[in-house]
Write a protein that binds this ligand. Structure first.
Ligand SMILES: [Zn+2]
Length: 650
């Protein structure tokens, strides 16, 4: 009985998606790949069956395309699951299998390669975690010469923590430069003195501590004072108060703080007086420093420790914040955050390396087609922009870069050996976690002050994620404005989104749309302001003087829009992908349905997050703006997917 039923389903679905007229041409030639044949019919047909599994083909695509394409998603996958989250989980699973296998096979050749053995020791220390013992973090901190707030603060800064009192951090400035940034206490964050943090402090101070209520009260008063001093009097924006200073100038402006010493302690080098820094709100810093120099040194120390512990616990995927702390996949997720380069090195070596060459041919090919198409579109100059602005935008198109996977391209083994050298792995999880943070932030500091151009170039060729980056930014492809680069992570370059052997409708259906969306972020309502080198140029000051541009933005900006720049990238990216793909009328007629169904996969089950609307809203809005969609599905004028009024952007 089940078999018969399955046959009926297959027959029904064959009716939904005829494949006899599909364009089965293949971008890969046999010569391109030594191991794989050119586009396998099997891979493509199996994928089409998967798409059919999620459809409700009896519904009207012109009413609600999301329901038509993804209506059955929830009966296959549980709540909270999207194609992208499944894809990320598959990567985690591969790491778990790899580490477990290598632990069982001490003679495996991988143990001789860089990174592997340290990662395995880290993984074991995470798997061995029992109940949280937060004071272990505090025990690892180096001792300060005296109990001065600024010294402890600089020490915590080594581990990348810098949110309270006076913030000193290294951050990326543009596509080729990091800078030292000094800012007042972050008044948006506060301490929640939990019982677990209080207990760690009590043990660390051998019980010499006020009770929980009293300590909360004293921290509360301290915090209120700091926030009041740090908050700007008028709500002026950051740009107005951020200024360039040399270290020498800063020392003259704020003599009550030994800047050279603090930088030396936090960043591990002596900086010359001519070193450039970005400094925000000097008057607020002056008040804060004067206050801190007078305040109760012991209280300041306790507050720093408590904030540091809270910060560590709040880092994405700290296994201590999870009740199943030592589970394999939680350890892997944690390690992917805190050991970005070593973990990706291993993934490239054990998994992705085999398919890289074929992927680069296919994906960079589509990327170049999209860039050419978009440059043509810009040259038509439908908004009627002034020539210099148009030239600057064209330079952005040409300057856009794409990073396939999460690693620098063409890095030598020495690069990784060198990178591994200063990374220590020791006795337990707490030590290892702190050492991994030290390793990352020491490297960042070195990048800021290094003059070695060829070394720097490699580091700026990809985006080295910090341990604090949240998942909804780095789990899917994204555009990084400061680097003018699109990151296409490992999680994306696999089924169901992509396969080098996909036929054109499947290949462009997701890949061209995803690349188009990310490319168009460089021209969305926020990121258009940065030039091809990631330098802020405020191009929108000129764009907003152009009536056609303003009308186009206003058209997108209806009462329902969640994030305007996401909608802009959706609309223009979808249009760009369509223009690139559907050049031929026959392509549109015969393969259009499959192209749009493949496009829908990315959105099936996607819930809203801090940046995005729900998948259903994004998909339906974007496709309703495309007349080609209505043509392919023969939607009546005025039906939801074929509205009378449409918006265009770029
Ligand atoms: Zn986006």
């Amino acid at each position: 009985m089940p078999r018969l039923w399955a046959l009926c389903l297959l027959l029904a679905s064959a009716k939904a998606l005829p494949t006899n007229q599909l364009n089965k041409s293949c971008r890969l030639r046999a010569a391109d790949t030594s191991t794989e044949p050119t586009c396998s019919t099997d891979i493509n047909l199996r994928h089409i069956q998967l798409l059919e599994q999620y459809m409700l083909p009896e519904l009207d695509a012109c009413q609600d395309f999301y329901k038509y394409a993804c209506g059955n998603w929830r009966s296959v996958h549980e709540a909270g699951v999207s194609a992208m989250s499944l894809s990320g989980a598959r990567i985690d699973q591969r790491y778990v299998e790899l580490f477990e296998r290598l632990l069982d096979e001490p003679q495996a050749p991988e143990h001789e390669l860089p990174m592997y053995s340290k990662l395995l020791r880290y993984y074991q220390s995470c798997r061995a975690l029992g109940k949280p013992r937060l004071r272990r973090y505090l025990e690892q901190l180096p001792h300060t010469a005296n109990n001065h707030w600024a010294e402890l603060l600089a020490l915590l800064g080594r581990y990348g923590y810098h949110e309270h009192y006076v913030k000193i951090e290294v951050s990326q400035h543009n596509a080729t430069q990091h800078m030292l940034v000094v800012q007042p206490h972050n008044y948006n964050l506060s301490l929640n003195l939990s019982m677990i943090i209080y207990k760690a402090l009590r043990r660390h101070t051998h019980g010499l501590l006020p009770n929980l209520t009293q300590l909360r009260e004293r921290f509360g008063q301290l915090e209120a004072t700091l926030q009041q001093m740090a908050r700007p009097a008028n709500s002026s924006s950051e740009e107005e108060t951020l200024r360039n200073y040399t270290l020498e100038q800063l020392q003259q402006e704020l003599p009550q703080f030994n800047w050279t010493h603090a930088l030396q302690l936090q960043l591990g080098a002596t900086y010359p007086g001519s070193h450039q820094l970005l400094v925000d709100d000097v008057p607020a810093l002056r008040h804060l420093i004067a206050f801190l120099n007078r305040a109760d040194a012991r209280l300041l120390q306790l507050y720093s420790w408590a904030r540091f512990l809270q910060h560590l616990m709040q880092l994405p995927h700290n296994p201590l914040s999870n009740s199943h702390s030592s589970s394999r996949s939680i350890c892997v997720q944690h390690m992917r955050k805190t050991l970005y380069l070593p973990m990706n090195f291993v993934y490239e070596h054990s998994y992705y390396g085999r398919q890289r060459a074929a992927d680069e041919r296919v994906i960079f090919g589509v990327f170049e087609e999209l860039k050419t198409q978009f440059a043509q579109q810009l040259r038509r100059n439908e908004f009627g922009l002034e020539a210099p602005l148009l030239q600057a935008l064209l330079a952005k198109v040409h300057g856009l870069r794409l990073n396939l996977g999460n690693m620098p391209a063409n890095a030598s083994t020495e690069f990784y050996v060198d990178c591994e050298q200063h990374w220590r792995v020791g006795g337990d999880f707490y030590e290892n976690h702190l050492q991994s943070l030290l390793h990352y932030y020491a490297h960042l500091a070195e990048l800021e002050r290094s003059a070695n151009a060829s070394m720097r170039q490699l580091w700026y060729s990809f985006n080295h994620h910090g341990p604090g980056l949240t998942d909804n930014i780095d789990a899917t492809p994204y555009f990084y404005c400061l680097g003018s680069i699109i990151i296409m992570p490992y999680a994306y370059v696999q089924l169901p989104f992509y396969d080098a052997q996909f036929w054109p409708a499947l290949l462009y259906g997701d890949l061209a749309n995803t690349l188009g969306h990310e490319m168009l972020h460089a021209f969305d309502t926020y990121f258009v302001d940065y030039d091809a080198q990631g330098v802020m140029r405020d191009y929108s000051d000129q764009l907003l003087l152009n009536d056609h541009y303003v009308d186009a933005v206003n058209c997108l900006n209806d009462s329902e829009v969640f994030m305007l720049n996401e909608r802009a990238a959706d609309i223009s990216g979808t249009r760009l992908a369509l223009q690139t793909y559907m050049q031929q009328p026959a392509e549109r007629r015969n393969n259009g349905r499959l192209y749009f169904l493949q496009f829908a996969q990315f959105f099936c089950g996607e819930e809203a997050d801090i940046f995005h609307d729900t998948g259903s809203k994004r998909l339906n809005y974007a496709l309703a703006q495309m007349p080609e969609f209505a043509e392919v599905f023969q939607c009546a004028q005025g039906s939801p997917m074929n509205p009378v009024q449409r918006c265009r952007f770029w």
